[in-house]
Ligand binder design. Structure first.
Ligand code: CTP
Length: 154
């Protein structure tokens, strides 16, 4: 039986559990997983500010167990060419992109999978500003308060 190839695209800045789960889910759709990581130039074009460089983001993704190959994402328009040249069977993204790539359905299967809740690179970046300026004791105290409140509401 011929092997099945899956492709997904993303920035993967400050690699987190949502990214890992997305890649693991993607691999379940085939035998080979290709990840197109957005270059710094492309992120700039998209107005996306990254903390980690393209070289490091792609090295991290390439070393995730379920990832077989990393390519660079340089433009919005490259997807049809990638699908043809890598003989892709399934194009997969998180469901924040639902419907956006249905135009690729004449080339391969298009799948959107549920995002992991409550985490994103944007959120992590925002929390850094507060995290570094608030004393650790205050953060720990805030967590204690949250735990007490949670108990009261259970
Ligand atoms: N993703 C996910 N669950 C999350 C965050 C991301 O499944 N909690 C998925 C996205 O749907 C996408 C891939 O991971 O298919 C790469 O997303 P990326 O935009 O790099 O990650 P985000 O954390 O969403 O980054 P940002 O906040 O900058 O949009």
């Amino acid at each position: 039986m011929e092997s099945k190839t899956v492709i997904t695209y993303g920035t993967f800045d400050m690699f987190h559990i949502g990214h890992l789960k997305l890649l693991q889910r993607a691999k379940e759709y085939g035998d080979k997983l290709i990840v197109a990581v957005s270059t710094d130039e492309f992120n700039e074009q998209k107005g996306k500010k990254t903390l980690i460089s393209f070289a490091q983001r792609s090295e991290i993704v390439a070393n995730i167990k379920c990832v077989d190959e990393v390519i660079s994402e340089n433009s919005w328009e490259q997807k049809p060419d990638d699908i043809k040249s890598y003989k892709v069977n399934t194009f997969l993204m998180g469901d924040d992109w639902k419907g956006k790539f249905d135009y690729l359905e004449n080339l391969c299967n298009v799948v959107y999978v549920p995002r992991t809740e409550k985490i994103s690179s944007t959120q992590l970046k925002k929390s850094l500003i507060n995290f570094t300026s608030i004393p650790k004791e205050d953060i720990l105290r805030a967590f204690e308060v949250i735990e007490v409140l949670k108990r009261d509401f259970e």
